[in-house]
Design a protein around this ligand. Structure first.
Ligand code: B12
Ligand code: SF4
Ligand code: SF4
Length: 263
């Protein structure tokens, strides 16, 4: 099987066969060449602490990026205000699932003499603030999976409610062309900013993002389910970039929120 298909099949099958409480829609997968000048651009945008693929793994030829979109019923549950346990559970489950996908890719590719490396990411707020050496969002952008929204998330054609994984591999796969369209309604000049409206901490505005405020909200929410010890919230992912306007108009959804489309 062609390498690209092989990797896509591993990701899709692992998600389809997972027994997690959290359910998913079909993963979105993309590839970028490690020689793409976009990685130098990303360094300049994110900061010099952000590493190029070849600084992490000199033999790397391709960046593999995948987004695991949550089932829409879960996204709708998160329209409720306050802490939604299922959203925290989704972060826990998806982190494990991404780990499982990475391990399967590493094992299967090793059989063909191809090395796959998962960038080591340490989020250490106390010592490094929000700086990490590898950004999945930026890698996903480079791999043509989506565009950045006002909500600061990477928005794909399956929305932005979900999580991203990425790996560096020693074989070449043709790059995925980056989308020409803008997935954020506000950024393409349409009326929206629902994410700003839904952000209960006031972290999001039409012009920026206060990471501290968001972090404080997430830390506060953790206290509701300390046994899960994970970030939840993600109310900023429940807008029309994830749910179709018709889904946001459903009666069951209307009863959960009063602010969507001014209802
Ligand atoms: C630190 C961190 C946080 C911090 C800071 C967030 C931040 N924006 O940096 C806090 C704790 C606040 C946080 C909150 C959340 N996070 Co967080 N977080 C991370 C982490 C560990 C690093 C983020 C990072 O790379 N920051 C540095 C840069 C990329 O961020 P930035 O400077 O804000 O980027 C902006 C610009 O620089 C620019 N940009 C960046 N790269 C590029 C490249 C190009 C070419 C261009 C043009 C622009 C551009 O656009 C970006 C958005 O405006 C990643 C995991 C990882 N290692 O990637 C998860 C991650 C970003 N978080 C994620 C999620 C889901 C969340 C939460 C919903 C909580 C939760 N349930 O986990 C909230 C959402 C908050 C929000 N609206 O963004 C997901 C995002 C999924 C997605 N669809 O984008 C990630 C990727 C985890 C994962 N494995 O999926 N997070
Ligand atoms: S809710 Fe609207 S403004 Fe916010 S990121 Fe999604 S499309 Fe953009
Ligand atoms: S995760 Fe919650 S607090 Fe953070 S920006 Fe999104 S809606 Fe606001």
């Amino acid at each position: 099987m062609e390498l690209k298909n092989k990797i896509e099949t591993i990701i899709k099958n692992t998600v389809a066969n997972s027994d997690t409480k959290t359910r998913y829609r079909e993963p979105i997968i993309g590839f970028a060449s490690t020689t793409d000048p976009i990685f130098m651009e990303i360094k300049q945008i994110v900061g010099f602490h952000h590493l190029n693929p070849k600084e992490i793994f000199p033999e790397a030829k391709t960046v593999v990026s995948f987004f695991l979109p949550f089932d829409k019923e879960l996204v709708k549950q998160n329209l409720k205000s306050g802490v939604v346990k299922e959203s925290i559970q989704a972060s826990v489950d998806t982190s494990h699932l991404i780990g499982e996908i990475n391990e399967r890719i590493k094992t299967e590719l090793a059989k063909e003499g191809i090395t796959a490396i998962v960038p080591k990411i340490i989020f250490d707020y106390k010592n490094n603030g929000f700086n990490v050496s590898w950004s999945h969002k930026s890698a996903a952008y480079a791999a043509g999976i989506g565009t950045f929204g006002v909500n600061q998330m990477l928005i794909t054609k399956a929305g932005c409610a979900g999580r991203i994984g990425s790996l560096l591999i020693s074989a070449e796969i043709p790059p995925t062309p980056r989308p020409k369209e803008e997935f954020c309604r506000h950024k393409r000049g349409e009326k929206c900013l629902i994410c700003v409206d839904r952000c209960q901490s006031g972290a999001l505005s039409s012009t920026g993002f206060d990471k501290e405020k968001c972090f404080m909200q997430l830390q506060e929410d953790i206290k509701a389910y300390p046994e899960l010890n994970q970030h939840g919230c993600g109310k900023c992912t429940t807008g029309p970039c994830t749910l179709d306007p018709a889904e946001l108009e459903e009666d069951s959804v209307k009863s959960l929120t009063t602010n969507v489309f001014g209802n």
